[in-house]
Design a protein around this ligand. Structure first.
Ligand code: ZN
Length: 417
């Protein structure tokens, strides 16, 4: 039958043969395709314990291993596993090349599901191929573990340290990205303590750690401490993305305070629905938001003043020399300190305190791309948000590594998707 020749092409087996393919109709159920497998006449079984060829002992009842579906029908390999008599491992089942251990899915099908789970959500993948969320999860987990074991961690010149919130903002994860060469997620730890980041450095070989020349991070104190302690020679940059993120939080705090104040004073709620027009850059505003902003500008609102301070600060990033950038930073901070906007004053204090690390941005210019951490952070957030099923830390870790880890895959005879 032709199906067998196709299988020999896409999933060739050395010591086994496809003997029979049949279409199985199940009363009241979905039809499926079953393909029988037999060992070659002279092929000796391989012990699953030690990987050596061993004499046969007996055969177990036929088992079904799910393969990549065809024409929206489930495909199963049917095979009666042999047990071997191994001098080292005792009586034990053989190793088969299409699956490992007690897994009911063939290895090809697991990689197939894992690949689709990058394009679709895990639930969509499960629905599309008539399987369960849990099966997709286990397939992705398998792919991630394989990738983590086989990835290459040499030549990491620049890293970015970032944090994301999960469980509705109740908990934090510390993420470390590689931001030079391959841009990928390298590490995930629970929390955002010194220990969270120290674990990352402890996982690296000495020469890899010594090879890190640049590190970009947030102003978060525990990170600053550990970076100074672990890679003192690397140029440490407080990156643009995190600084502007902090500033946006401050603007939002000013706005929220002001909304409450205005309501208390009996003014009409002019600031309602103004969040995005205050936070967005001018070029990203919709027409409606631009009109709203123009209207807000006519009032001498704290929110508007906070926003103007941020817009002015954007000029900072355009300087070429650290000296001029430093002069600008100082004058901006002085003005902000006189602004009577407490959240913004806090930002100015923070910027002053970390002046040196912020100016490192200009010393590393061109070597670290500003968009990289931001881009990876955006994808990480999207992954955690999309992933309703991830209530556990393990689930979220697997999802993040799967999406952002740039993990290697084994070589296959055929790519099913
Ligand atoms: Zn053995």
């Amino acid at each position: 039958m032709l199906l067998k020749s196709i299988l020999n092409h896409v999933e060739p087996l050395k010591s086994f043969v496809y003997t029979q393919a049949r279409f199985v109709e199940v009363a009241g159920g979905e039809p499926c395709i079953e393909i029988k497998i037999e060992p070659r006449a002279n092929g000796r079984a391989i012990c699953s314990g030690c990987g050596k060829k061993r004499p046969g002992y007996d055969r177990l009842d036929p088992r079904r291993f799910e393969f990549v579906p065809l024409w929206n029908m489930a495909v199963f390999f049917v095979y009666a596993t042999r047990r071997v008599q191994c001098s080292a491992c005792g009586v034990i089942v053989e190793r088969v090349p299409w699956s490992d251990g007690k897994e009911q899915l063939t290895t090809s099908y697991r990689w197939f599901l894992a690949r689709w789970a990058k394009r679709l959500s895990w639930q969509e993948t499960a629905d599309a191929f008539g399987t369960s969320w849990d099966t997709v999860f286990r397939s992705v987990k398998h792919a991630v573990f394989w990738g983590l074991v086989h990835r290459d961690l040499l030549d990491i010149e620049a890293i970015g340290v970032d944090e994301i919130q999960w469980q509705r903002g109740q908990k934090y994860l510390t993420l470390v990205y590689q931001i030079s060469g391959i841009k990928r997620l390298l590490w995930i730890s629970e929390d955002r303590t010194e220990q969270s980041l120290r674990r990352f450095f402890a996982s690296l070989a000495d020469d890899v750690r010594a090879g890190i020349r640049f590190v970009a991070s947030d102003m978060w104190r525990p990170y600053l401490t550990v970076i100074a302690e672990q890679i003192p020679k690397a140029l440490h940059v407080l990156d643009r993305f995190h600084i502007m993120q902090n500033m946006n939080k401050a603007i939002d705090e000013v706005r929220r305070g002001e909304v409450t104040q205005l309501e208390r004073d009996g003014y009409e709620p002019i600031l309602k629905h103004s969040r995005w027009c205050l936070l967005k850059r001018p070029e990203n505003l919709t027409d409606h938001q631009a009109t709203k902003l123009a209207e807000l500008m006519t009032y001498n609102l704290k929110s508007v003043r906070a926003r103007l301070l941020r817009e002015e600060f954007q000029r900072f990033w355009e300087y070429a020399s650290p000296a001029w950038a430093g002069a600008f930073l100082d004058s901006w901070c002085s003005r902000t300190m006189r602004s009577r906007l407490n959240p913004m004053k806090k930002i100015a204090t923070m910027l002053r305190r970390h002046r040196h690390l912020i100016l490192n941005w200009f010393r590393a210019k061109g070597l670290i791309s500003s968009g990289t951490v931001e881009g990876l952070n955006g994808k990480a957030k999207l992954t955690t948000r999309k992933a309703y099923g991830f209530r556990t830390k393990e689930g979220i870790e697997i999802a993040l590594f799967h999406t952002l880890g740039h993990l290697p895959e084994p070589e296959f005879t055929h790519r099913f998707c």
